[in-house]
Design a protein around this ligand. Structure first.
Ligand SMILES: Cc1ncc(C[n+]2csc(CCOP(=O)(O)OP(=O)(O)O)c2C)c(N)n1
Ligand SMILES: [Mg+2]
Length: 927
C-alpha cells in the first residue's frame, strides 16, 4: 500500500518538478531555498493534492498512519521529532550580520587570549585550577550575544537575565577586563580570592562577587532549571502588576551539552512550552564533549536534544554548519553530503576536529567518491578550517535574531562547536580538553599566531594579559555596543526599597495562646493569612506549594488569593460550589507547582532574589514535606545561600515520630541538621505558635526592612496540642535559640535516703531542652520527675541549636585570638552559667541536632533523638521506640544525674521498671 502511495506521489510530483532526495530533505526541514521557492511551492502543492487524494479514498485515520510511516522512512534518524542534520535557518533566510566582523573577531581573540592566560598564569604558580576549553568553544556564542543581543539594565529596563555557563567564567572576566570593569590585578588573582587585594571567584557566585554575578550556575543543571522558573516568575510579576515594563526582559541560559544529562536540566522543559515562555532562550554549547570524553560518541547529541525539545514544544534552532558549508550543501544535488553528515556520529566529528584536513577528506568525504569530488577544490588546510556553526558569528547572529523574534514558544539554540577551539595540540577536541590548565611556550605561540595577538616573543612565556588602549577601535567598538545595549553584563545591583513589615504587635493573637489544640502548621496557616492582610507586605507574599496545600491546610488560601495561572481558569472547577474551591486566576498569588520540589525551589529562589533581579522585594513562603527539602534538593538550598536569597522555607510534617504512620521515607529527623550547614540559613525548630510569630516577624524585619542577606528554615509539625500564651520577656531567647519555658517546682530537700533513692541532703536539679512538639515529652517528664523522683526539672524551649552554636563558636574563636583580653561569653554560656544541675535535650530529630551545643553546656549534654530509620506506627509507640517519650526522658535525666553522683544507679533501674520501659528493646539506629 505504501509503495503504491509513493509511486502515486512520485508521479504527481514528477509532473511538476524533478524529484531529488535533497529536495525531500528541504521540504522536511522546512527549508525553501530562495532559488527554489517556486520548486518548493510546486512540491508543496503536489504533496497537498496527494494528501487530499489519500484523505478522500482512505479516510483520515488511515491517511495519518500512512503519512507517519512515510515520514519514518524519510528520516534516517529513528522516528521522533528530528529534522535533518543541517542548520535550521537556510542561508537565504539568514538575517545579515550587522556588526563589523573584523573588529568583533579581534575583540573576541583578545578575550580568548586573556581568558586562557588567566588560567595558565594561575596554574603556573598555584594549583587552583580553572578551565580554558569551555570558553574556547563558546567564545563566539557569547561575543555575538554581548555585541548584539544581551541588554543591560537601564532606568526603565531591568536588563536581560543571563545564566552564564559556570566553566566559561574566565571568558566573562576577560571581557570585563577589556570593558575596564576589572583590572590586571583581578585577572592575576583568578581563583585566588583570598590574595591581597582580592581576586576572582572560580565560577559565578553572587555571594562572593555581589556586584558582578547575579546567578550561580556551576552545579550542572541548576542554572537551566532556575532559568525556566525565573522566566515564568517574570510573567507572574507582570500578571500581578508588580512590575511594569515597556519591553519584556529576555532570559538567556548558556549551558553545556554534557549538562543536559542532568535531570534538572531537561526534567522541567515542558513548563516553558506550556507557559508559552517566549521570553526564554537557551543556548546549548554542543561541543560534543563533557569532562571525560564525548557526550554521545555513538550518536548525535544535537539530534537527541532536538527531538526532546521539539517534543516538549520548544522552538529549536540548530546551528551546525558554518558559512563555508553553505556552498558545499548547495552543490550537493544528490543529497549525499547530507547523508554523510547524518551517518557520521559525534565520535567521528570529534576526531575530525583533532586530525588534519587530510583525515577528514579521506574518512568523511572519502566514503563516497562524489563527495571527494565536491571538495576537490579545497586544500587539506581549508578542509580542516571548515567552520562549525557555533564558531561562525554570522550563523549565530541569525539564530539569535530568529530566537528573540520568535513568538509563543521558548527557543533552544543547539550550536555545534569544538571543545578547546584554538588550543591546537594543547587540547582542541581532545578528551583531556576539559582539564587542560597549562600551555607550554610552543602552544602559546601557536595560539598567539592563530588569533593574532600582539604579544612579543620575549614575554610570551609569561602569558601577559593584553588590553588595547581605551581609544583603540576595538575598545571603542566594544564600549559603544554595550552602551547601545544599555550597559554591562553581568552586573548585580540592588535597588529594592525596604518593605513596610508588620510589627510584633500585629501578631498579638499568637501571644495569647489558645486553649483549643493546634499544630504549628495550623499556626503557620493562620500566620500567613495575617500577612496576606498586612497592608505593607500583602502583595509581596508568594505562597509556594508542591501539591501539598491540602496536607497543610493551606487550601483555604485558594479562594482568597487564587492560584497563579497564565491562562486563568478555562473550566468550571468540580468544587466550584464549595467554599474552598480550586481557584486559578491570571493574577493568582499562589504558585502551585505540582509535584516538583526542585521546581518549587527554583520558584522560591526566583521570588527570593526578586529584590536584586527586579528591584521588587518578594517574600516567598515555600511549604513542603520536610523530608523532601534539603535531603532531596540540598544543592538548591546551598545555591539559595550563594544567590543571597531572602524568604522562608517551611519544612512541614517534620519530626521522625510526629509524622506518624508514614514510615521510613517520609519521617524526617535530620533536615534541621542539613539546613544548619547552609551558612546564611537560620534554622529554627519552634514548639509554639507565638515562637513562630516572633521568628517570622523578626525575619521580615531583618530581611526586608534591614536588608540582611539571610533566609529562614522553620520546622513545622502536624501534632495538635494547646498553644500556651507567651511568657513575658522571652522574645530574645526565642530568636537566639533557647529560653526557659517552665521552671521546675521548688522541691524540699531529700525526703528519702538510702537504697534505691537519691543521696540525702541535696536539692536535685535538672534541665530539659525540648523543641517542636517534643517539648511535651519534656513537660510530662517534668511532672513525673517531680512527683515520683523528687527531681525538679526546668523545661527550656530550644528553638535553634544552630544559632546557639554559631554564636558560641564566634565567641570562643574571638577569645582564642585575643587571649589576654577579658573573654567574651556566648549567649548559651551566659544563660546556663547561673544554672545548677544536669542538662538533657530531647528532640524529634537525630541527636546531632542538639549535640551541636554540647561543648558549651556546663557538665555536658545528654541528648535523646531519633537516630535511625522511621517506622509506620502511632506517635506513642514511635516515641517509645526512639526513646524520646516522657518516660524515656525521665530515665535519661535520672541517668544523667547518676553520672553527676546525685542519684543512685538503683533509682534508674527502678524507674525503668516503674515506667514500663523494656531495657532489652532494640536500639533504633543500625550502625
Ligand atoms: C552537578 C555537577 N556534577 C559534576 C560537575 C563537574 N563537571 C564540571 S564541568 C563538567 C563537564 C561539563 O560538560 P559540558 O556540560 O558539556 O560543558 P562544556 O563541554 O561546555 O565544558 C563536569 C562533569 C559539576 N560542575 N556539577
Ligand atoms: Mg560539552
Amino acid at each position: 500500500m505504501l509503495t503504491a502511495y509513493l509511486l502515486r506521489l512520485k508521479k504527481q510530483v514528477n509532473s511538476t518538478v524533478n524529484v531529488q532526495k535533497k529536495d525531500i530533505y528541504d521540504l522536511r526541514s522546512g527549508r525553501v531555498a530562495g532559488s527554489n521557492v517556486s520548486n518548493g511551492d510546486k512540491w508543496s502543492q503536489s504533496l497537498q493534492s496527494v494528501f487530499e487524494l489519500a484523505l478522500e479514498s482512505q479516510g483520515p485515520e488511515r491517511t495519518a498512519r500512512l503519512l507517519e510511516k512515510l515520514a519514518g522512512q524519510l528520516r534516517s534518524a529513528p522516528p521522533g521529532f528530528n529534522t535533518p542534520y543541517i542548520n535550521t535557518i537556510p542561508p537565504e533566510q539568514q538575517a545579515p550580520f550587522p556588526g563589523d566582523r573584523e573588529i568583533e573577531r579581534r575583540i573576541k581573540s583578545y578575550i580568548r587570549w586573556n581568558a586562557m592566560a588567566m588560567v595558565v598564569k594561575a596554574n603556573s604558580t598555584t594549583n587552583v585550577g580553572g578551565h580554558i576549553s569551555t570558553f574556547a568553544s563558546s567564545a563566539t556564542l557569547y561575543e555575538v550575544a554581548f555585541n548584539h543581543f544581551l541588554r543591560g539594565r537601564t532606568d526603565n529596563f531591568p536588563g536581560d537575565i543571563v545564566y552564564f555557563q559556570g566553566h566559561a567564567a574566565p571568558g566573562m572576566y576577560a571581557r570585563a577586563f577589556l570593558e575596564g570593569r576589572l583590572d590586571e590585578r583581578h585577572l592575576q588573582n583568578f581563583r585566588q580570592e583570598l590574595a591581597e587585594g582580592g581576586g576572582l571567584s572560580s565560577y559565578p557566585h553572587p555571594y562572593l562577587m555581589p556586584e558582578f554575578w547575579q546567578f550561580p550556575t556551576v552545579s550542572m543543571g541548576l542554572g537551566p532549571i532556575l532559568s525556566l522558573y525565573q522566566a515564568r516568575f517574570n510573567r507572574y510579576l507582570q500578571a500581578r502588576g508588580l512590575v511594569e515594563w515597556t519591553e519584556e526582559p529576555k532570559l538567556w541560559a548558556f549551558l553545556g551539552d554534557g549538562e543536559c544529562d542532568e535531570p534538572e536540566t531537561l526534567g522541567a522543559i515542558t513548563l516553558a512550552a506550556r507557559e508559552n515562555l517566549d521570553n526564554l532562550v537557551w543556548v546549548i554549547n554542543c561541543n560534543l564533549q563533557r569532562l571525560d570524553g564525548p557526550v554521545r560518541g555513538n550518536g548525535k547529541i544535537i539530534q537527541e536534544l532536538e527531538g526532546l525539545f521539539r517534543g516538549a514544544g520548544w522552538n529549536v534552532i540548530k546551528v551546525i554548519w558554518g558559512t563555508d558549508w553553505d556552498e558545499l550543501l548547495a552543490r550537493d544535488k544528490s543529497g549525499l553530503l547530507l547523508k554523510r553528515m547524518e551517518e557520521a556520529v559525534d565520535g567521528d566529528y570529534q576526531k575530525y576536529s583533532v586530525e588534519p584536513g587530510s583525515y577528514t577528506r579521506k574518512h568523511f568525504f572519502g566514503k563516497y567518491p562524489e563527495l571527494l569530488e565536491l571538495v576537490n577544490h579545497l586544500t587539506d588546510e581549508q578542509i580542516s578550517k571548515l567552520l562549525r556553526g557555533g564558531h561562525d558569528a554570522r550563523k549565530m547572529y541569525a539564530a539569535y535574531k530568529t530566537a528573540v523574534e520568535h513568538k509563543g514558544q521558548p527557543t533552544v539554540i543547539l550550536a555545534k562547536t569544538v571543545k578547546g577551539y584554538g588550543l591546537g595540540e594543547a587540547g582542541e577536541g581532545r578528551n583531556i580538553s576539559h582539564q587542560q590548565k597549562k600551555m607550554n611556550e610552543k602552544e602559546l605561540r601557536e595560539f598567539r599566531e592563530r588569533f593574532k595577538i600582539p604579544i612579543s616573543d620575549d614575554v610570551i612565556a609569561e602569558t601577559p594579559f593584553f588590553r588595547p588602549s581605551p581609544d583603540s577601535p576595538e575598545i571603542k567598538y566594544l564600549l559603544e555596543r554595550r552602551k547601545a545595549l544599555g550597559g554591562f553584563l553581568p552586573e548585580r545591583k540592588v535597588t529594592a526599597p525596604p518593605l513596610d513589615v508588620p510589627k510584633l504587635d500585629d501578631f498579638a493573637e499568637f501571644f495569647k495562646g489558645s486553649a483549643s489544640e493546634a499544630s504549628t502548621t495550623m499556626a503557620f496557616v493562620r500566620l500567613i493569612s495575617v500577612l496576606l492582610r498586612s497592608k505593607g507586605i500583602s502583595r509581596h507574599i508568594v505562597p509556594i506549594i508542591p501539591d501539598e496545600a491540602r496536607t497543610f491546610g493551606l487550601d483555604a488560601l485558594f479562594k482568597d488569593v487564587g492560584i497563579y495561572s497564565s491562562k486563568g481558569q478555562l473550566y468550571d472547577p468540580v468544587d466550584s460550589k464549595s467554599l474552598l474551591y480550586y481557584h486559578e486566576a491570571k493574577d493568582g498569588q499562589i504558585l502551585e507547582e505540582g509535584i516538583t520540589e526542585t521546581g518549587s525551589m527554583a520558584s522560591f529562589i526566583a521570588a527570593a532574589t526578586s529584590y536584586a533581579t527586579h528591584g521588587v522585594p518578594m517574600v516567598p513562603f515555600y511549604i513542603y514535606y520536610s523530608m523532601f527539602g534539603p535531603q532531596r534538593v540540598g544543592d538548591l538550598f546551598w545555591l539559595a545561600g550563594d544567590i543571597r536569597a531572602k524568604g522562608f522555607l517551611l519544612g512541614a510534617t517534620a519530626g521522625r515520630t510526629t509524622l506518624n504512620g508514614e514510615g521510613l521515607q517520609h519521617q524526617d529527623g535530620h533536615s534541621l541538621l542539613h539546613a544548619s550547614t547552609v551558612p546564611t540559613l537560620l534554622a529554627y525548630d519552634p514548639a509554639f505558635g507565638y515562637e513562630l510569630a516572633v521568628i517570622v516577624a523578626d525575619g521580615l524585619r531583618r530581611m526586608y526592612a534591614e536588608g540582611e542577606n539571610i533566609f529562614y528554615y522553620l520546622s513545622l509539625y502536624n501534632e495538635n496540642y494547646p498553644m500556651p500564651p507567651m511568657p513575658a520577656g522571652v522574645e530574645d531567647g526565642i530568636l537566639k535559640g533557647l529560653y526557659k519555658f517552665k521552671p521546675g517546682p521548688e522541691l524540699p530537700l531529700a525526703r528519702r535516703t538510702g537504697e534505691g533513692g537519691r543521696r540525702s541532703g541535696e536539692g536535685i536539679k535538672a534541665h530539659i531542652f525540648g523543641s517542636g512538639p517534643i517539648i511535651n515529652s519534656a513537660l510530662k517528664a517534668q511532672e513525673i520527675l517531680a512527683e515520683r523522683y523528687d527531681v525538679s526539672a526546668d523545661i527550656w524551649s530550644a528553638t535553634s541549636y544552630k544559632l546557639l552554636r554559631t554564636d558560641a563558636i564566634r565567641c570562643r574563636r574571638w577569645n582564642m585570638l585575643h587571649p589576654t583580653q577579658p573573654p567574651k561569653k556566648s549567649y548559651i554560656e551566659t544563660l546556663l552559667a547561673k544554672e545548677q544541675g544536669t542538662f538533657v535535650a530531647v528532640s524529634d530529630n537525630i541527636r546531632s541536632v542538639p549535640d551541636q551545643i554540647a561543648p558549651w553546656v556546663p557538665g555536658g549534654l545528654m541528648t535523646l533523638g531519633t537516630d535511625g530509620f522511621g517506622r509506620s506506627d502511632t506517635r506513642a509507640r514511635l516515641r517509645r521506640f526512639f526513646e524520646i517519650d516522657a518516660e524515656s526522658t525521665v530515665i535519661a535525666t535520672l541517668f544523667a544525674l547518676t553520672e553527676k553522683g546525685q542519684v543512685e544507679r538503683q533509682m534508674v533501674e527502678k524507674a525503668i521498671k516503674d515506667l514500663g520501659v523494656n531495657p532489652e528493646k532494640i536500639q533504633p539506629q543500625i550502625v
